[in-house]
Design a binder for this molecule. Structure first.
Ligand code: BES
Ligand code: MN
Ligand code: ZN
Length: 496
């Protein structure tokens, strides 16, 4: 994680980051350097010669006079103000392009403290490199930029300090999510996932920070009746776990939320084996679990006055002679029986166990949120950059969508049409684990809804597409694990 600083003295770094915008349809350009006054005339001529357009995600590098290198990052069309997400992405694209550099000064339009916050967050999020498994080639890979200084008139204000330390926490825990997703299943099993989270909890201060962690192993899961987690995990030599983190604020408790995250460390499809082409992306099937665990620790690090109970059901979905067969019937925690027609619809089974368990606690919850890479249908419906939110409570969903607008993560509301529910009926059990193929994302949501107390506000976030970027890097988003959902969970809690 880069060191973040703020300054209003003349830039001392070798590298300066500035914004570039288009001023008209005829190739007109302007430089946006925020609070830093610069002479733009000759730079604009060179930028024109280079064919720069100022479009989002465009990076243009020019040699400078007082600095060695100037990095121009596109902000799109010239405007009086730029949206926080535009600033976040532009700052992220710049820091992403600066791997291998020691330090840079960023001067982007930050007329208010919220804009500085967005720039700091974006720049920090873009400075990510995953090199843990580069053995002999590790030294060839450029490290993320080490120090980023934001040029701002707010340099000496207390708010600037707060904003920078928040950006650092957001980036630190987003990187934890990305690292967990990018770690291959050879090195990330249900058990090792719990150990990595336990170590992050310890580093965050553990009990002193209000964080408690506990883990149920396969024996305890079996004897206590977690048939979903056991049924999904039983085909693997790496046994399942149920991880629980609780965060109790030292201050007042304004609200209490439960977070549940799907933690399939690898999804082969089980006996409904997935095709080999693209199966490698299923190392990301624990993105929901990583997001809720890291968000919980981030919320503790930010000392937010909301209690969180987080549950991560962890299993590896493998085919074997021990694996759950199509037609097997399992019993979810609490007693509902499920006919497993398709062992590749495994996420809903582990989530059902955890959702029921989360509601069995002694403390009354104000809301419950599950996060999951649940369906391919989500990707078909909304693409790879927009996640879905489903709910039993439109007010809670509206509150969440306000938080996502602030976080910059793209979420879109999806319905849970009652008429699709009957497609989950089973002739032999309380429910089947698959229903109508059409509207598969909604059917999965309706399955989960059966396990939620109707009076408890509930959100189901399907992040199947956005969790793992198999296309090109863009803005502050790298290839591989993205860390999606963490910032919106934090923003929701910040808004309480
Ligand atoms: N983990 C997958 C969903 C997924 C697909 C996540 C693509 C990310 C990218 C999930 O367990 C799954 O296999 N779902 C099935 C459900 C079906 C059998 C009802 C699917 O979507 O095909
Ligand atoms: Mn699956
Ligand atoms: Zn899955």
């Amino acid at each position: 994680m880069s060191t973040l600083k703020v300054s209003e003295g003349a830039p001392k770094d070798d590298v300066l980051v500035l914004g570039l915008v288009s001023t008209n349809d005829k190739g007109g350009l302007a430089i946006e350097s925020g609070d830093l006054a610069i002479d733009t005339k000759s730079l604009l001529i060179s930028l024109g010669d280079m064919g720069a357009t100022g479009a989002a995600d465009e990076i243009t590098k020019l040699p400078g006079n007082s600095v060695r290198l100037i990095v121009f990052t596109g902000l799109g069309k010239k405007s009086k103000t730029y949206s926080h997400e535009t600033l976040r992405r532009a700052a992220g694209a710049a820091s992403r392009s600066l791997s291998g550099t020691d330090s840079a000064t960023v001067a982007l339009p930050t007329s208010d403290i919220a804009s500085l916050s967005a720039v700091a967050e974006g720049a920090a999020l873009g400075a990510y490199v995953f090199s843990e498994f580069r053995g002999s080639t590790k030294s060839d890979q450029k490290a993320a930029i080490k120090t980023i200084t934001f040029y701002s008139k707010f340099a000496t204000s207390a708010e600037a300090k707060t904003v920078l330390s928040r950006a650092k926490i957001i980036a630190d825990y987003t990187f934890l999510v990305r690292d967990l997703i990018n770690t291959p299943p050879s090195h990330l099993t249900p058990d090792s996932f719990t150990k990595k989270i336990a170590s992050a909890v310890r580093s965050a201060g553990g009990l002193k920070a209000g964080l408690k962690i506990s883990v149920l192993d396969e024996k305890q899961l079996k004897s206590q009746g977690f048939g979903g987690i056991i049924g999904v995990g039983q085909g693997s030599a790496n046994p399942p776990r149920l991880l629980h983190i609780s965060y109790t604020p030292k201050s007042t408790v304004n609200k209490r939320f439960a977070f549940i995250g799907k933690g399939i460390t690898f999804d082969t499809g089980g006996l409904a084996l997935k095709p080999a082409l693209g199966m490698e992306a299923m190392k990301s099937d624990m993105s929901g679990a990583a997001a809720v665990c890291a968000a919980t620790i981030a919320i503790a690090a930010l000392k937010l006055p909301v209690a969180i109970e987080t549950w991560a059901p962890l299993a590896e979905n493998m085919p074997s002679d021990k694996a759950t067969r199509p037609s097997d019937i399992i019993t979810i925690f609490g007693g509902k029986t499920i006919e497993v027609l398709n062992p590749d619809a495994e996420g809903r089974l582990v989530l059902a166990d955890a959702i029921v368990k989360a509601q069995a606690g002694k403390n009354k919850l104000d809301g419950i949120i599950d996060v999951a890479t649940l369906t391919g249908a989500q990707v078909v419906a909304l693409g790879t950059r927009t996640s879905a939110v489903m709910t039993n409570n439109d007010d809670f969903s509206a509150e969440f969508l306000v938080a996502t607008a602030r976080s910059g993560e793209q979420f879109w509301p999806m319905p849970l049409p009652v008429e699709l529910r009957a497609s989950l009926d089973s002739p032999v059990a309380d429910m089947a684990n698959i229903g109508d193929r059409n509207g598969g994302m909604l059917v999965a949501g309706l399955f989960l809804k059966e396990f939620v107390n109707p009076d408890l506000p509930w959100l189901h976030l399907d992040i199947a597409g956005p969790a793992f970027n198999v296309a090109k890097a863009h803005g502050y988003t790298p290839v591989g694990g993205t860390g999606i959902a963490l910032r919106s969970l934090v923003a929701l809690v910040e808004g309480v």
